[in-house]
Design a protein around this ligand. Structure first.
Ligand code: SF4
Ligand code: SF4
Length: 344
């Protein structure tokens, strides 16, 4: 275990960004979001949740994928795929880090998404334990430990220090380049860290959503769930704004569009939402014409279809962003509890 004084973190950011691009939660326009670090950046490692998750670093909200140019009778097609340079994402919470496994199971499965793959290969993830978990958090329901996050390097705040624990080869390689800034932790430090982790676990254990019964969703009765009358009442107030999907670290749907630039066509992809009525629009129209059907799709995907195809893994990490951001106060917790017979 290594450590660095909190007051030296700017030096650490500067040392990392000398060699690689560094993404870190920063207050931009008054909201915490991952942004490229530069001198004077308003780094925010206190806010628990960035508005958008760390997913955006690997799967950007908008990304060019190809361009087309017409010259005479010929059309040239150019892929926009580029090898990524090495980069670091610092301050990723345990839930967001777990979401990368879910995204990997989709984007790295055949056919591999090369745009995503190159970023995953070149990105080093530094996680940060959640000193103050909030009421809307329920990562524990999915077996995630917010006091002991995964990642290439796990970090923890305790007292005056940030503690630093490399976990993978990528993490060790980055750590070697920072040796002059990091000190070895003493036994006293280890005690302080243990105390901090115990405190995090105690707070987490008292959270209102700490115990969330998912057993209903583990049963193999897809049609019964799909045809349930409960979807109608649950979805009644959904206005289809899509906020829940845009803040979600595990949502991975995107649309592909062409933009006429006047001297050629740019093809790009951008995040899409299954809550929108033109989502997966086809020549005959939309396959899900009612909001109830779209709403059902979102939660059936997270709680039934994804686990059925991925060894029981739910497509939710309990970050609680949708619980905070839905303007109509609908969310996955309400769905889980309503079906589980525990609608409090
Ligand atoms: S469904 Fe909600 S709680 Fe679950 S990962 Fe997505 S935003 Fe977070
Ligand atoms: S945020 Fe709420 S209202 Fe908006 S689409 Fe999602 S569930 Fe519906």
């Amino acid at each position: 275990m290594l450590k660095i004084k909190k007051s030296n973190l700017d030096k650490l950011y500067a040392a990392i960004s000398e060699r690689q691009i560094l993404y870190v939660p920063c207050n931009v326009a008054g909201k915490p979001n991952f942004a490229v670090w530069g001198e004077g950046a308003d780094v925010d490692l206190v806010s628990l949740k960035t508005v958008k998750s760390a997913k955006e670093v690997f799967f950007p909200q908008c990304e060019d994928i190809a361009s087309f140019r017409k010259e005479g009778k010929n059309i040239s097609v150019k892929s926009e795929h580029k090898e990524s340079g090495d980069f670091v994402v610092f301050g990723v919470r345990a839930c967001d880090c777990k979401s990368f496994d879910i995204l990997d199971s989709v984007f790295l499965a055949d056919p591999v998404d090369t745009f995503y793959k190159t970023k995953r290969e070149h990105g080093t993830v530094i996680t940060l334990a959640c000193s103050k978990p909030e009421e809307t958090c329920f990562c524990s329901a999915f077996g995630i430990d917010n006091a002991e996050p995964e990642g290439d390097i796990a970090t923890y705040f305790a007292g005056e220090y940030l503690y630093w624990s490399p976990k993978t080869e990528k993490g060790l390689n980055l750590t070697k380049t920072l040796n002059s800034l990091l000190q070895t932790a003493t036994d006293k430090d280890n005690d302080a860290l243990e105390k901090e982790q115990k405190k995090i676990k105690e707070i987490t254990g008292r959270l209102p959503l700490y115990v969330l019964d998912l057993s209903y969703w583990e049963a193999d009765d897809l049609l019964e769930k799909f045809n349930s009358e409960k979807w109608k009442a649950l979805s009644e107030s959904c206005i289809g704004c899509g906020a829940c999907t845009f803040v979600c670290p595990t949502c991975q749907c995107y649309d592909v569009r062409d933009f006429d630039k006047g001297h050629g066509v740019q093809r790009y992809r951008c995040w899409d939402s299954c809550m929108y009525k033109d989502f997966t629009m086809m020549a005959h129209g939309t396959p899900r014409p009612t909001q109830m059907q779209r709403f059902r799709q979102r939660f059936m995907h997270k709680l039934v279809y994804h686990p059925s195809n991925h060894e029981g893994v739910f497509s939710c990490v309990g970050c609680g962003r949708c619980v905070e951001k839905c303007p109509m106060h609908i969310n996955i917790v309400k769905v889980i509890k309503t079906f589980g017979g525990d609608d409090k």
